[in-house]
Design a protein around this ligand. Structure first.
Ligand code: ADP
Ligand code: MG
Length: 381
């Protein structure tokens, strides 16, 4: 692909804020910065520091090649979701500037100088305020688009407006279905996790819980959700916290976003608790993840102003679904196609995570508050 063409396209774009506009005399540089599997992400910039990010979708899965088609409607949905997130909770995502339909590209704010949260979690940098900010902005977006606030007609309209069924179908398959089907040949895991798979495949309760959660994920139209809020979809600078990569967005259950965040804190806990070198420092950082789970959920609930029916019953069901989604996310990233790579070479930690995932899945319908969640997820007895 000729990435230089993006310099020309961005120069001609009138929707970019004036302070970032490129004029005809500017020398424009274009670098490919994306490390993702699906899309092309470019930084288009001038030497004096004006820059714009262009995210461009290809009609196939970039890392697999043209033989693996994937609809480009996902970039349209991502732009629509970015606009909503930005309107409802300004500063919670990079500001979207413009959607170029002809070229399947979104132009958006350059978060240069931000770090991907995943990298910070590995290196042991984390301020609890990040968990709180995340809880707060997610609660704002969920509340303002909640079925309890906008009603059933508007929620169905929002679902159709996003029109992201291909990506939602991928989540249903790759998170909730394939990992729980033993012979599926897209599944992969380490030999040590493989030794423990009977825990999962021979437990009818676990398998039927995954089915029940898949049904909730595909059928419950509760609010606008990010749809894939892992630590690689969050950027931070100090405590400024931004969500990005919204291409799995949909109208779905609020607990799905909460569960994916919590699964990532749990993975991070296991990575640090299992690091032998300088174990005291890592242990302290691991326990920060327990606090992060608690702060994230508590701030979310404090700011989540909408619900359906009786508030206590709503929260108790939300926490139960959250626990179930946390479990599915942990399990699918250990044994499914989208492997969690940050526990590679730590087989005991991977086994502990599988154990946590299956225990949570077995117990999710009995988990109704964050304290019980933490006790079961981190074996705090
Ligand atoms: P994909 O969907 O292909 O994974 P992402 O949206 O995750 O694409 O972006 C891939 C990478 O590009 C990110 O991990 C990040 O390094 C960089 N990136 C994406 N958006 C921005 C942005 N607004 N500002 C700075 N860097 C970004
Ligand atoms: Mg990505």
């Amino acid at each position: 692909m000729d990435i230089k063409k993006w310099g020309v396209l961005v120069r001609e774009c009138s929707y970019i804020p004036d302070n970032l506009k490129f004029c005809s005399s500017d020398e424009i540089c274009v670098d490919e910065i994306g490390d993702g599997n699906l899309n092309v992400v470019l930084r288009v910039y001038t030497k004096d520091g004006r820059s714009v990010i262009v995210k461009h979708s290809l009609p196939y899965i970039k890392c697999l090649g043209e033989g693996y088609p994937l609809g480009v409607a996902r970039i349209d949905a991502e732009y629509k979701a970015l606009v909503k997130f930005h309107q409802l909770a300004p500063g919670c995502v990079p500001q979207p500037y413009f959607f170029n339909k002809q070229h399947n590209a979104v132009y958006l704010e350059d978060l240069e100088g931000y770090n991907i949260l995943q990298q910070n979690l590995i290196s042991g940098q984390f301020d609890q305020k990040i968990a709180e900010n995340l809880g707060q902005s997610l609660a704002t977006v969920h509340s303002k688009t909640h079925i309890g606030k906008i009603g059933e007609d508007a929620i169905n309209e929002l679902f159709l407006h996003l029109d992201n069924s291909t990506m939602v179908g991928l989540t249903a398959e790759y998170v909730f279905t394939k990992p729980f089907n033993k012979p599926d040949d897209t599944n992969k895991c380490s030999p040590e996790v493989s030794e423990r798979l009977n825990l999962l495949y021979e437990d009818e309760n676990v398998l039927s819980a995954a089915k029940a959660l898949c049904k909730i994920f595909t059928e419950k139209k509760e609010c606008l959700i990010h749809g894939d809020l892992h630590a690689g979809s969050i950027m931070v600078k100090g405590t400024d916290t931004r969500m990005f990569d919204l291409e799995f967005c949909t109208v779905g259950p609020a607990g799905y976003d909460l569960g994916v965040v919590l699964a990532n804190f749990i993975f991070t806990y296991h990575r640090h608790i299992s690091t032998e070198e300088d174990n005291d420092t890592h242990r302290v950082f691991a326990y920060k993840m327990v606090d992060a789970c608690k702060a994230f959920v508590n701030i979310y609930l404090e700011n989540m102003s909408e619900s359906t029916g009786n508030r206590d019953e709503y929260v108790s069901k939300l926490l139960s679904e959250t626990a179930g989604f946390t479990a599915c996310e942990i399990i699918r990233r250990l044994i499914g196609a989208a492997h969690y790579p940050y526990l590679d070479g730590m087989p005991l930690a991977e086994q502990d995570c599988l154990d946590t995932g299956t225990t949570l899945l077995n117990a999710y319908h009995r988990i109704h508050d964050i304290d019980k969640f933490l006790i079961i997820a981190f074996k705090l007895v």
